[in-house]
Design a protein. Sequence first.
Length: 740
Amino acid sequence: MWEMLSYPFFQSALIAGTLSAAMCALVGVYVLLKRIVFVGITLAQLASLGVAVALLIDVHPMIMALVTTLSGVACFALTRSGQRVPQEGVIGASYVMAAALGIICVAKNPVGEARNLKVLFGNILSVHTGEMVALAVLLAVLTIVHVVFYKEFLFVSFDPETAQAQGINVRGWDLLLYLTIGLAIAFSIHSMGVLLVFALLLVPAMTARLVAHRMMAMFALAIGFGVVAVPLGLYLAVRIDLPTGTAVAGTCVVMLLAVLTGRSLYRGAGRVAAGTAALMLAFSLAIPGSVSAQESNVEQRLQELQQEVQDLRQSLLSQQLRLPGALLLNPEMRVEGNFQGSYLAGGLARRAEQEGFSNNRFNLREVELGFRASVDPFAVLEAVISAQHLAEIEFEDGEEELEGPPGEVEFEEAHLTLARLPFSLRGKLGLMRTSFGEYNDDDPDEFPQVDPPNIITQLYGDEGEGWKEPGINLNYQFASPFSERMTHVVWLGIYSGENGTAFHGGQLTKPVWFTRLELFYEVAPRAGLELGFSLAKGKRLDRYFDDMMNGMLDDDDDDDNGHDDDADNGNGDDDDDDDDGGVGQLAGEFDSTLMNAHFEFDWQPPLYSLEHSFGFLTEVFYSSVERHDGILNQFGGYALMQYGINANFAIGARFDAVNCPGFYNSLCANLGVEEGETLGIAELEDRSEWAFSPILTFNPSPFLTLRAQYKHTHRNYAEDSQEFLLQALFIIGYERPDVF
């Protein structure tokens, strides 16, 4: 073989064959694994048609081969399954058309028979320098493309449905992959012929598939087998006087058979050993005088195995019986801490009992301890215990005085979630967040903000935690008849009405009725819209003050903590049953109606990534409050936005706008009001405020959040406020769903 290397034609054939083999084997791995072998032979036939047409009309063969091959690439990549005519039918018709037209072109050629042999089998010994340069350049380009887009090609090749769900343009990547296959075939067909190109496209990849267990190894081995087959085939062709293309293709097949035989022998070695052992056992059992002993040993061993199986079954059964109890005694746990700092540059100071923390100090706002466990396969129990440290600032003659309990512990939530009820319903019962709007549907600490929206504290008070009560709710999810991307959820619930601000029922005969309708629309695989409407209606108690009673508070009406003994205790019971001149007179029971509309948009990049994200949420509230002096209808709401710059930093902003609701103990109804006074409807209608807050968030990890917020609040009934807020939020244990 070494003397053959001295011939220029052999050198050219060796170089061109090696380049074509490497190129075809590279793309041939995808042809094999995507099961598009018929696509490969059809593209080769289309390329041969281009060569035949070029020889007939006297055009450069490579140009026409490119035209016909790339036309087939576009057709195959853009036709998908599920159409009226399947893609396999289009490929088959293309093959028949290419073969028929190729025969016609060869027949019309004056030297058709010789040209036909060249098209089918090629003549690698007649490759000129220009073709070798073109093959080398194309091999370099294809290698770069497949290295750069390696993950994308594999993704769309092996799991196109998931890739489509992730927002990847599967059709575009398929087109690019088919384009690389078509280019490899078109540039190789003139010198190699249809048979050799198809052999190099398929057989080395099959051989590598039998040996390799990893994708990178499969690519390397396929290229290696193809490159090795070329010099061996050329050597045999020259020595035995065979057609070069046929000799190289035959060498590829022989290598495949050799690897297949070796693999079969290797896999069969274990079977041979097992068969030999069985024969030896049978031979030993057949020895006279040892049959009874062997049978005895076999029976004894079978009994031992049966006992082991029985013991194993008993062990598994006992573990299954102990499993539910073990889960109940060892539930999932979660600890969440919310540490805040606040500095007030001017304006009204916060009231911790209604807004959750005080100004000009560090606040351990809350530490939550959560437990969650499955009661059975269709019910989950979750309980959250909250410990708070409230420090209230009172103003006495212009001086600040800190008072309030050092801390309190309460049940934040304790509810049972029922995932499977009759008629495909799902439900929840116990002490829960009421699902009235988005803020009351989720954990407040999960929203990207330091303090709660102003409308939340005005409507519910309760330290800005929103509206949570004992009750029951049911929801039903169903697909939309209008669009496959749309889903609806309907909620219906009944709560005890113990909020103390918006509702004061607290009895089964005075519940709060609740309903909610949500619409979800999938804009893109990782982008969605949510639109919801909520309605709640219940009873509340109202008080009013006579002018003669203003300023008649005595110390006997206060407890040790400075709280009014005659105030409503939050569960509907009124202690002001005597006529001893308390803080106010009970005006009676009145209706309260709350409405909510919310809109949310969430977006993340198509591929799974934490680098960027965008969320927008806005809620509008309407309150209709019946009072002893009339009915007051007011609006309020907020808009919250956050953009994730990268995996750690995010910027956001919030805008609040509130008209003071008509509850006698709401925050805005008490600010700037003397003790013993209540504001009438006319005064409350004129009270409004708005606020703007830029927010910066830093997440060192998914379990720790550091946040800074500036808040400017404008009030038409009090001095404007300028606040600087800091927050450190840590979470360990099980995670709740991300709410924003």
